[in-house]
Every structure is written in C-alpha cells, then in structure tokens.
Design a protein around this ligand. Structure first.
Ligand SMILES: Nc1ncnc2c1ncn2[C@@H]1O[C@H](COP(=O)(O)OP(=O)(O)OP(=O)(O)O)[C@@H](O)[C@H]1O
Length: 277
C-alpha cells in the first residue's frame, strides 16, 4: 500500500507547486492509472511514490508518503527512508529506457542493482533468470543493450526493476517512445505482473490501455486530483477530461456523441448499440 497524505511539492525556482494537497491511497494489488494533461504533475507524482522526491530531487515538500511492505506489514515514511531501501519496495520505470540502461550486457544490466544490494551470487543468478523470463527476454543475456529494439529495451528496464522484487511498480509513460509492437509487448508484461500480485501505478498519455485495464483512474490537473474512480465512473465525465486536454479513447467519444452509455473500448461498442435498442 502507498498512501499520500496532503502532499504538496514545489520545485526549486518554480512559482507554483507541481502537486497540491494530493491525498491518495493505492491498495495492494491494485492497478491505478494516472491521467492528466501535460504539466499536470503526473511525473512529479510518480517520483514522490518512491521517495526520489524529496530525497534526491529537492524542493518545498509537505505532507507525507507512506509505503507499507505487504510482506512484513512494516511501514516506511519516504522522507525518513533512503531511496535505496524504498526502491526494493517501489520500483520505478521511466519513459526513456536508455536513461536506465548503462551496462555492457543484458544480464549485467539486471544484475547490477542486485549486486549493489549485496545479495548472494546464486540468488542474483536466479533473480536475473526469473526477471528476464517474465519480460520475455530469456536467451538474450549476452546481448549489448543498445542493440535491442525499443520494446526490448523498455522490457529490460522493467526486468532490472522487478529483479529487486518490489511489491509496487510505478511506470511513467513507459510506452511513449515505442512503436505499436513495442507498446503491446510492454503492456502485456505490465498486465501480467499486476495479475501476479504486483501493485501497479501507471502514467500514460494514451489512455486507451488504462481505461481498459486499470482498476481505478486518478485524474490530475494543475497538480490537484480533480477526479478519481473506476474507469466506468471516470468515463461518465468524459467531457471534463476532453476539456482539460486528456486524450480519451475514440470509443468513449463516439458512444457519448451517439447518446449511448460509455464504451471503454471498441469491443464494447456493439453491446452499447444493442442495449439502446
Ligand atoms: N525539474 C523541474 N524543475 C522545475 N519545474 C519542473 C520540473 N519538472 C517539472 N516541473 C514543472 O512541474 C509541473 C508538473 O510537471 P510534471 O512533469 O510532473 O507534469 P506531467 O503531467 O508529468 O507532464 P507531461 O505529461 O508533459 O510529462 C509543470 O509545471 C512542470 O513545468
């Protein structure tokens, strides 16, 4: 579980806070999608969840972020816990995988953080094998990371994060740099990890996947949470999303325009039309 209580954060030299009075509870095993227009605070929120804000990226921070380890029940306040400890509980995957990859082989990339944790050699080998298998990169252990495709690089970044066995995975626009195939590969891995019990918080500009797969959507605007609920609840307020500049699924717009109940995906569309008759 991750809980934010009245979190406000302002970057140094910024006039306005990037997050304002954000209170949010993310339950164990939940899949939460974060939506909002550009500059609404989505990335800033992602960075507060594992303590990078305010421990590494400093600024004016108030409120608190509490992370509970589901295995032990112990709680950690991010302001009082080193990022190295938090990253074993809350893994963060960024938009650009290249910013997270700097080793000579795929295997070393995944092993790197584990070596820093001081884990025994056999456990490192087991975790590397497991993480690469989960993301579908088994067999590519000796590849040079820059030679991988975009989707493979992002899956490698995910592997090196999940090898730490975090109970929570935060992804900040993980597919925005990828082609449709790479996008599908990464989204499949995220979905499978969530199904296996990992709590997922995902920021995505393209909201189609989140409307279909998330348990809950949280909409930010101007650093505040302006709306949250199940995708179906949020879909009822599609006009507000469009007004603030959130890209919503075409099926939603079309169903609204036709006066039908919201269709969260093109697949739902026929049943919506049928229901009207
Ligand atoms: N390092 C920084 N220093 C100063 N201001 C920043 C910094 N990073 C972000 N901001 C500002 O904080 C606000 C929130 O930015 P943030 O990147 O969190 O929004 P976002 O919703 O993720 O945007 P995008 O969809 O464009 O990635 C914006 O006004 C942005 O200009």
């Amino acid at each position: 579980m991750i809980e934010l209580r009245d979190v406000t954060f302002r970057y140094p030299r910024s006039k306005n806070p990037a997050l304002m009075d954000v209170s949010l509870k993310i339950g164990d095993g939940e899949f939460v999608g974060i939506l909002g227009p550009s500059g609404s605070g989505k990335s800033t929120l992602a960075l507060t969840l594992n303590g990078i804000i305010p421990n590494s990226i400093r600024g004016a921070f108030s409120g608190e972020v509490i992370v509970r380890d589901p295995k032990t029940g112990k709680t950690f306040k991010t302001t009082e816990t080193p990022v190295s400890k938090l990253s074993t509980l809350v893994g963060l995957v960024l938009q650009n995988p290249e910013s997270q990859l700097f080793n000579m082989t795929v295997e070393d990339e995944v092993a790197f953080a584990l070596e820093n944790l001081g884990l025994p050699r056999e456990e490192i080998a087991e975790r590397v094998e497991w993480a690469l298998k989960v993301v579908g990169l088994g067999g590519l252990e000796n590849e040079f990371p820059p030679n991988l495709s975009g989707g493979e690089k992002q899956r490698l970044a995910i592997a090196s994060v999940i090898a730490m066995k975090p109970s929570h995975l935060i992804l900040d626009e993980p597919t925005s740099q990828l082609d449709p195939k790479g996008k599908r590969e990464v989204l499949r891995v995220v979905e499978e990890l969530n199904r296996a019990g990992t709590t997922v918080v995902m920021v995505e500009h393209d909201s189609r996947f989140l409307f279909r797969k998330a348990d809950r959507l949280v909409v930010l605007n101007g650093g505040r949470v302006i709306l949250q609920g199940t995708p179906r609840e949020v879909a009822e307020r599609v006009e507000e999303l469009v007004e603030i500049g959130v890209k919503v699924p075409h099926s939603l717009l079309l169903s609204r325009a036709l006066g039908l109940p919201p269709a969260l995906s093109p697949q739902e569309f026929p049943s919506r039309v049928a229901r009207r008759d």
